[in-house]
Design a protein around this ligand. Structure first.
Ligand SMILES: Cc1ncc(COP(=O)(O)O)c(C=O)c1O
Length: 339
């Protein structure tokens, strides 16, 4: 590799040494396979290609000041993948097999975990696809699970700096009884048009409203939403959003900081009352929101327009990162230190 510029990494793909794979065939999962190929050999009638049998995950490994590598909440990602499997009838992979694969792929690519000082991390991308040939709409009998890793910097190019986002009422990401709570490719395909439009207009993300009434906030394209007011952390409760592991962690940290936590429907108009707002996710970490434009309604809500993140967002961000990098005690057992 030689020349990775650790201080200028973006959120993109860089080739690493190895990926790991399991194959499900004849009713059982294979032993873990280590591969140095970036390619897969796929039957053209695979269900992942035709009927969207694809789920993925995203988690990170961090190198601490002590040089040790810490993986954040991988059990939660294993459980969410199981939930995604149930959502689109794919073969489940046990928590144990998932964790074994994560540990192996990080170990094999240890040299790609960015140094502590860079503030970057190793992004871990598990994916599960239906690989059996079917022509009728039916779940596959065969599956492939892969994990690759890639060193990454901030998801939004400005990192921890307030960014504007947009409500686009003419697009939906997921329906109330649809697949929004699963981390499956189809949801992201459904968000591409609005996402690209938002970028063309100068916004970093779309803030989706509930698809049925267009009254309540759902989430951002790649991250959950939260707002802060009156010493309270408020985040939407909805049947069409992804249960974010970062959001779950932030609710715990906010409670520890003495904030009240409210997980409930959040009406769009309530944005007017928030002192701070942010997006949260593995990739976004916390990205403070400067402004939300509801373009069709000609309305705008401002938070950190002076370009500086609010105090609660800042404190939460620092606490989360301190646990992830091992600068602060991991009192909830969120971190797995790589042997
Ligand atoms: C749609 C969506 N919401 C929320 C999140 C944040 O989830 P997590 O904190 O588990 O990364 C993600 C990213 O994983 C996402 O794609």
């Amino acid at each position: 590799m030689g020349t990775i510029d650790w201080n200028n990494l973006s959120f993109g793909y860089l080739k690493t040494d190895y990926n790991v794979r399991y194959y499900f065939k004849n009713g059982e999962w294979s032993p873990l396979e280590v591969s140095d190929s970036e390619h897969i050999n796929l039957h053209m009638a695979s269900t992942c290609l035709h009927y969207g049998q694809e789920a993925f995950e995203g988690l990170k490994a961090f190198r601490g000041k002590d040089g040790k590598i810490r993986i954040f909440r991988m059990r939660e990602n294993a459980l969410r993948l199981i939930s995604s499997c149930r959502g689109i009838l794919m073969q489940e992979l046990s928590v144990e097999l998932f964790e074994e694969a994560v540990l192996k792929v990080v170990k094999l690519n240890e040299r790609f975990v960015p140094p502590y000082e860079s503030g970057c991390s190793l992004y871990i991308r598990p994916l599960l696809i239906g690989t059996g040939a079917q022509v009728g709409v039916k779940p596959s009998l065969e599956y492939t699970f892969i994990i690759f890793v890639t060193p990454v910097g901030p998801y939004f190019k400005d990192g921890f700096k307030p960014t504007p986002i947009v409500i686009m009422r003419s697009y939906d990401r997921a329906a109330p009884h649809g697949t929004g709570t699963y981390k499956i490719g189809g949801n992201y395909a459904a968000s591409l048009v609005a996402g690209e439009k938002a970028k063309e207009l100068g916004y970093s993300a779309v803030l989706y409203l509930d698809a049925k009434e267009k009254k309540y906030i759902d989430e951002c394209g790649p991250a959950n939403f939260f707002g802060i007011k009156n010493n309270t952390y408020i985040t939407p409760l909805s049947s069409s959003i992804l249960p974010s592991i970062t959001n779950k962690s932030l609710m715990q940290l906010a409670e520890d900081m003495g904030l009240k936590i409210e997980r409930r429907q959040v009406a769009v108009e309530e944005l007017e009352t928030f002192e701070e707002a942010g997006e949260c996710g593995t990739a976004a970490v916390i990205t403070p929101i400067s402004r939300i434009d509801d373009i069709e309604e000609n309305k705008s809500y401002s938070f950190s327009e002076n370009g500086v993140a609010g105090p609660v967002c800042t404190k939460l961000y620092n606490q989360l990162r301190a646990i992830q990098y091992g600068d602060q005690a991991d009192k909830y057992g969120w971190v797995t230190v790589l042997e």
